[in-house]
Design a protein around this ligand. Structure first.
Ligand code: AMP
Length: 186
């Protein structure tokens, strides 16, 4: 059974990049809820149609929808075997509770939560530079505001459970990856 890791950090902190490295080196399955939603929008599915405006505004898609998507994905055989990197989920206390129930129902537990820590000014500059479709100035500001409001409290939630590891996300990609590996003992 592979590790079950939650990857936290502000949008633009480099979560996606670090996840790709972990996938390449260790074969862990990357589950990015943002990527899943963007694929649904591109494919024009009912979920995509529902999520599109919410994402453009930088708001959060509803907890019930997100919990359903993740629960279904986590039950797939590749994840049970190779482990999972959850990127972009949980984002609210209700999602964190739902996640612990999903694991508990299967007799599993979270291995670790890593927080890739980069200051607000730095992530804002990075997001403006990458120019993704939902990266409007207002969208970025709103997403960062929601992160502080909804997601930052999860750091304490994971810390209380002895699962949180904080990683300095400033520096070269390789340097940060070295910190991630040693934090996870990989
Ligand atoms: P991300 O790529 O993780 O920054 O996600 C892009 C957008 O997708 C977010 O701004 C939200 O609108 C939506 N989204 C992704 N994951 C979640 C989640 N766990 N809960 C609610 N909305 C989400």
């Amino acid at each position: 059974m592979g590790p079950r890791i939650v990857v936290l950090g502000r949008q633009g902190a480099g979560k996606g990049t670090q996840c790709i490295r972990l996938v390449e080196e260790f074969g862990i399955v990357h589950v990015s809820t943002g990527d899943m939603l963007r694929a649904a929008v591109a494919a024009g599915t009912p979920l995509g149609q529902q999520a599109e405006a919410v994402m453009k505004a930088g708001e959060l898609v509803g907890d019930d929808i997100m919990n359903g998507i993740v629960a279904e994905r986590l039950s797939a055989a590749d994840i049970v075997e190779n482990g999972v990197l959850l990127d972009g989920f949980p984002r609210t206390p209700a999602q964190a509770d739902a996640l612990s129930t999903m694991f508990a129902d299967r007799g599993e537990d979270l291995t670790a939560a890593i927080n890739i820590d980069v200051a607000i000014e730095e992530v804002t500059a990075r997001m403006m530079a990458r120019g993704r479709e939902d990266d409007t100035a207002e969208g970025i500001a709103r997403r960062l505001e929601l992160y502080e409001e909804q997601t930052a409290p999860l750091l304490a939630w994971f810390a209380e459970r002895g699962k949180l590891m904080v990683i300095d996300g400033l520096g070269e990609e390789d340097e940060v990856f070295g910190r991630v590996r040693s934090a996870l003992g990989l």
